[in-house]
Write a protein that binds this ligand. Structure first.
Ligand SMILES: Nc1nc2c(ncn2[C@@H]2O[C@H](COP(=O)(O)OP(=O)(O)OP(=O)(O)O)[C@@H](O)[C@H]2O)c(=O)[nH]1
Ligand SMILES: [Mg+2]
Length: 407
């Protein structure tokens, strides 16, 4: 029989409760055991086993052998790697329509291709749980109708991307985690990502029983997606709101993105009970989205770096030297156009990293006057879409990406 090493403490990727692996619940298999106090009448009973068979499967109260695991608190199913591998949670944060979902789809799609970083393995921990990223990827990056223009929809604030459970006589809602097993340099880890709606990060939107952004309590790094085209000063340089909106930028209302960042940092402090002057225990990466629209405004032009990448390699993370160059150009650009955002981010993390990218590679367009913006999947060519995540992982877990750990 194979032996397994367990982690010393499990952090549930659904409700972020921490508990020893010996406390993990099993999901009953016997059909007579339908109904669970936490998940409701339709779910199979979750139980703490006291009997096991010769294959180390748990025996449920009606005698069936069980292998599926669940969280002690929220009773939602846990893929096996959750109790065996160290877990890194990255929080993707940003204002509505800044490009989070497009980044997540382009990043997970390209990470699977093996072309992003040498020697990196990237697999779904549980394909049924990851249906959200699989769905996001299939619309733009794996379409069966690549000539049919399409676009990723705005992320819903509630509904099927979230799950409910009852604890302490209250009903809770949490976003579905997307879990991946990543391996490199002999290290293996579980990576947990969440796709929130931007509205969840706006001040005043952290509701007690909808802990939709409570991954901020457990995450190692914040990937703060900035959409420069939502800032009035950038919009003016680009020829006005209507022009920018026609390219996929500008959003619907102007957002103070620095306030969204401050709100996220305040939530990190509150959830971890940190004092106002204590350093944040998370690393911050500013992921500057939609560089296809504004990338010619920087000096030197980031756009030139983009155009230089061969099509087949556009998803690869650029070399540390190129990353350093575009970091400096992006910092100058932010200092000139969005200085309060840069200052806020630097105060929160003096070792801040800035990584520009484009999830689509080129602007979408409007095919009919009454329709939204769309793009043909065939024309989508993401540039550096996974670089912000890899740089954040390098900052949080240098053993995985030593070459990207240092600025
Ligand atoms: N030009 C350009 N437009 C983009 C790019 N990525 C996203 N967009 C546009 O921005 C819109 C919003 O992108 P999403 O990824 O849905 O934004 P989001 O942050 O997930 O938004 P919420 O779900 O509302 O929080 C898209 O519908 C596109 O029109 C890009 O790389 N280039
Ligand atoms: Mg979204």
């Amino acid at each position: 029989m194979s032996t397994r090493t367990l982690v010393s403490s499990v952090t549930c990727p659904h409700c972020w409760h921490e508990f020893p692996p010996a406390q993990v619940r099993f999901i009953s298999e016997h059909e007579g055991l339908r109904g669970d106090a936490v998940l409701g009448d339709a779910a199979q009973l979750r139980f703490l086993p006291s009997r096991f068979d010769a294959q180390a499967r748990a025996i449920d109260p009606l005698g069936a052998a069980c292998t599926r695991l669940a969280c002690k608190r929220c009773h939602l199913e846990l893929p096996q790697p959750v109790i065996e591998l160290p877990q890194t949670i990255l929080s993707i944060v940003g204002a509505p329509a800044c490009g989070k979902s497009v980044m997540l789809a382009a990043a997970s799609f390209s990470l699977r291709s093996g072309l992003v970083v040498d020697g990196l393995d990237f697999l779904d921990a549980d394909p049924t749980l990851n249906d959200l990223t699989v769905e996001l990827e299939s619309s733009l990056f794996r379409s069966s109708t690549p000539d049919q223009p399409t676009m990723i929809a705005k992320t819903d604030l509630s509904g099927r991307l979230y799950r409910s459970f009852r604890v302490d006589d209250a009903s809770w809602t949490a976003p579905k985690p997307q879990l991946f097993v990543i391996g490199r340099n002999g290290e293996r880890q579980l990576l947990a990502l969440y796709d929130n709606a931007g509205e969840h990060f706006l001040p005043g939107r952290d509701l007690p029983h909808e802990p939709v952004t409570r991954h901020l309590a457990a995450s190692r790094a914040l990937v703060f997606v900035v959409d420069p085209t939502q800032d009035q000063r950038v919009i003016e340089r680009l020829g006005g709101r209507e022009t920018v909106q026609a390219l996929g930028g500008a959003g619907s209302t102007e957002q103070r993105q620095d306030l969204v960042l401050i709100e996220a940092a305040n939530r990190v402090r509150r959830l971890r009970q940190l004092g106002a002057t204590e350093r944040l225990p998370v690393r911050i990466v500013l992921a500057l989205a939609k560089a296809d629209i504004w990338g010619h405004l920087t000096t030197p032009q980031i756009k030139a770096d983009f155009d230089d990448v061969p099509a087949r390699n556009s998803v690869a993370v650029p070399s540390p030297a190129v990353l350093a160059r575009v970091h400096a150009a992006s910092a100058d650009f932010l200092a000139a156009h969005m200085p309060e955002l840069l200052a806020t981010a630097r105060t929160l993390d003096p070792e801040l990293r800035i990584v520009p990218f484009s999830g689509l590679g080129q602007p979408p367009s409007r095919t009919a006057t009454d329709s939204g913006l769309t793009i043909r999947p065939r024309d989508v060519r993401p540039v550096w879409p996974a670089a912000p995540l890899v740089v954040a992982l390098g900052a949080a877990r240098p053993e995985l990406f030593p070459e990207f750990a240092q600025r």
